[in-house]
Design a protein around this ligand. Sequence first.
Ligand code: B16
Ligand code: MG
Length: 216
Amino acid sequence: TKTGFIFDLDGVIVDTAKYHYLAWRNLAEELGFEFTEEQNELFKGVSRKRCLEILLDIGNVEASQEDFDRWMVEKNEDYLRYIEKMNASEILPDVTRVLEFLKERNIPIALGSASKNARPILEKVELLHYFDAIVDGNNVTKAKPDPEVFLIAADKLGASPENCVVFEDAVAGIEAANTAKMVSIGIGDDKVLSEAHHNFKDFTEMDTEFLEGLIK
Ligand code: B16
Ligand code: MG
């Protein structure tokens, strides 16, 4: 049997959630209401389109299709300005150590992200070469918590879902991994990610012994 490892991007590899937040907050401000960091929690792992729907609900804003499409573009252009300057210093602690550990053992690695900007971000932080497959918002039709993104990733790695391990920071992502019958590992607050099979605050707490135990 072959084990496959699947990483979420935002909140697991890099902390882009803060840039998504700033871009959504700017749009909310332009539309005349406040968008808090707490409300931003609901946006984690959720597609751009769904995020805008939730944002407009929060602000009680009516939008024509034209408005909606324009704001989608505007938010993304703003977000792209924030991530333009990203570099390897923004990789979250010990992510590279775990990727190296897997590479040394020839374990296939995939990205499973809701973001349509995943590839340029991996390029900017110089991690693209670790990934054998990239499945992102451009490849999927159903957003997390639907397991589609992770099932496509497993398929691309040539690993069966039961032999895949998923690292996720979002409730919707843990649910997606569990539905796919994969081993789910929550990265972040264990109270929020209580459905995960294993929980870690971040990768610095994950030792070699634990990683070895995941490989079949
Ligand atoms: P984009 P992940 C998700 O990425 C983010 O968590 C979520 O906040 C964002 O709205 C979504 O990507 C779409 O991103 O606007 O760049 O296409 O956590 O699944 O890596
Ligand atoms: Mg995430």
